[in-house]
Structures are given as C-alpha cells and as structure tokens.
Design a protein around this ligand. Structure first.
Ligand code: NI
Length: 255
C-alpha cells in the first residue's frame, strides 16, 4: 500500500470528479491521502474532506505565497483547527523566493510564527522550500530541539548534501513527480541515495504530474509512477519502496 503524503484534493480542480478520483486512488493501492492546507479556507476544506472519508487526513497552514495574510487571528484559528482528531501536521509553511508572492521578510516571519505554533502544539510540520535552501536550513536549525516531532521537507528540490543535513536534523525527505522527469538528475540522485527510513512519497496534486501525464492535472493515483521510478533508480521492488514509505508516513503523522 502507498500513502500520498501531500495532496491538495480539496481544490476546485477536483470538484467535477472527486469521488471517481478517490476511487482511482484506492484502486491504485493508495491507503491514505493527506490533504494539505495552504491558507485558512483550504485548511478548513481539507478537514471537511477528512471528516467525510476515513482514508483522508488533513493539515492546516499558510503557504509562503500568502504569508502576508497571516496574522494573530489566523494563528488562533489554526491553533483551534489543529485540535481536530484528523489533523496530523501544521503546514504547508516555509519560504518561496522563486515567485516571491509575499515579501521575503514577511515570509520568514510567517514561517517562524507557524514554527512556534508547532512547538506549542507538539505537532509535525510540512515545509515548502523553493530556491530558499540556505534560509530554510538556517531557520530549521534554530528550532531543532524545540520541535520534537520534526516533519518533512515536501517536494524536495535540494541536493543530496542538503538532504543529509535535513535528515540529521530529524526531517523526512518527500519526493514528488519531478523525479520522473528525464532532466531531474540531482533529484534522482537524492531518490537513489537517501536512506529508505527517511523517504516519503507525494503527488502535490493537482500540480507536478509525473512524466506520463506531465503538464496535465495530477491526482493521488499517479503516486504509483513515483514509487516505480524510485524503485528502478534503487534497483529494488516497488513493494519495498511502498512498504518503507508507508511506514514512514505512519510514524511521522501517528496514523
Ligand atoms: Ni503543496
């Protein structure tokens, strides 16, 4: 069985066929899906899907794109929402210097506010990092020892050196569809060399479809293509990758 550890199945992209999409995921061997919030509204809708479906869990958080919207009122709401029995993590949170939709200093502030909340709630975190490797690691290092449950660097895009540093800090490395793209050599090296007990899989759907559907809408069923690619890269069976990554998600999120 597989787990899609990062999916935005609450988005309107799935409004027309959500039921069928979830059935396809289950037929493909997906045991659980983690619906990831990225602002207040999407966090609330992730929880309502988790209430509707046993095999869906949820997270609450503010993406760095919308960091400028995060204020004390929203932090209070996240604190309340995080008490829900099906909320397993805080995030996605982090930094994005590629699109810079919120000013960098505001992104860092919002990231740290959510890190402090995770510390207070003793809950794992989901970290978004796009072209911010240095700042992300600098900030995470400051919270090591404070955040016991640690978390995951989602849609990992750093090199093997950064992966090893993050693992040393207690974080998991989550690999998404870009590992299937022919030119993703650095990421393929990470997928090959990262210790199996630190690896998670995700689709980040509706974005980042694997090579066979590249540019089209992504969905949790396609996680199999990511597992197959990593199995090939490592010269092991798909079952081996599926079992290990599923155990890792369960350990991290306490499912
Ligand atoms: Ni995401």
């Amino acid at each position: 069985m597989l787990i899609d550890s990062h999916a935005h199945i609450q988005l309107e992209n799935f409004d027309n066929d959500r039921e069928a999409m979830l059935t396809r995921a289950q037929k493909a061997g997906v045991e659980y899906i983690i619906a990831i919030g990225f602002d207040l509204e999407s966090s609330v809708s992730a929880i309502s899907l988790a209430e509707q479906y046993d095999f869906v869990y949820a997270t609450v958080g503010m993406h760095p794109h919308d960091a400028k919207l995060l204020d004390d009122g929203i932090i209070d709401k996240f604190r309340d929402l995080a008490q829900h029995p099906k909320v397993v993590a805080l995030g996605e949170m982090g930094l994005d210097y590629y699109r810079n939709l919120s000013p960098r200093s505001i992104q860092r502030k919002a990231f740290e506010a959510q890190l402090r909340l995770a510390q207070e709630l003793d809950i794992p975190i989901i970290v978004h990092d796009r072209e911010t490797h240095e700042d992300i690691m600098k900030i995470l290092r400051r919270y090591v020892g404070k955040i016991e449950k640690r978390g995951v660097l989602h849609c990992f895009s750093g090199d093997i050196k950064m992966a090893k540093e993050a693992i040393d800090l207690g974080f998991y490395i989550s690999i998404a569809g870009p590992v299937t793209y022919p030119k993703s050599l650095s990421l393929q090296r990470v997928a090959r060399e990262v210790p199996l007990d630190s690896l998670l899989l995700e689709t980040d759907c509706p974005w980042l479809a694997p090579q066979f559907r590249r540019g089209k809408r992504n969905e949790p069923a396609y996680i199999t293509a990511i597992a197959e690619k990593i199995a090939t890269l490592r010269g092991v069976s798909v079952t081996n990758i599926a079992d290990a990554t599923t155990t890792n998600v369960k350990n991290l999120f306490g499912i």
